[in-house]
Write a new protein. Sequence first.
Length: 214
Amino acid sequence: MIDSNFIKNIDINIPNVSRETLKELDEYGSSIILNNKHINLISSTTEKSLNTRHILDSAQTIDFIENIEINTCTDLGSGAGLPGIVLSILMKHKKPQFKVIFYEKSFHKSKFLVEMSKKFKLNTEIHQKNIFEEKNLSTDVIIARAFKPLPIIFEVAKKNFKSFKFIVLFLGKTGKKILNEALKYWEFDYEEKKSLTNPESIVIRISNLRKKNG
């Protein structure tokens, strides 16, 4: 289970994580395992590595979130709430006004997100809707993990959102190749950090996204 020594040993940069926050992350992880039997929130093969594969992997995005002037974050294809619920728990005491908005079309997964939000008293807004059918959305940060390929996420950001500041994404070992390919069709600035849970992966924050030739 997650404890302060586990966080320290992973060398994840989450300043001033309280014992209460660690306990809530632990309880959230337990809830995923418990509900995974009938909702299929995560792959059963990753249950034993839940702390690193899912919880800490999601938590590392806080480096791109907490020190910038933002108040809303929209999690696309939220599933079990990774990373949205993790970010909500981490930010609850750091910045209470910070809200995470979830779009998850599955009834059962959306219900799970509602239950977790109530359980941990999180500042969230949960929509059981297909993000591809939504229009004129506004947020500060768009975030996605294991949702869709990067080009599709870019299209969603430009077509379905009328305003956003950043996009935060997880990319695997072919991440640099994917970014270079995207630069053929899009212009954008990005910052990257090496994943703390997978040496072959990166986490990126994209800004100033615009499509070439219109």
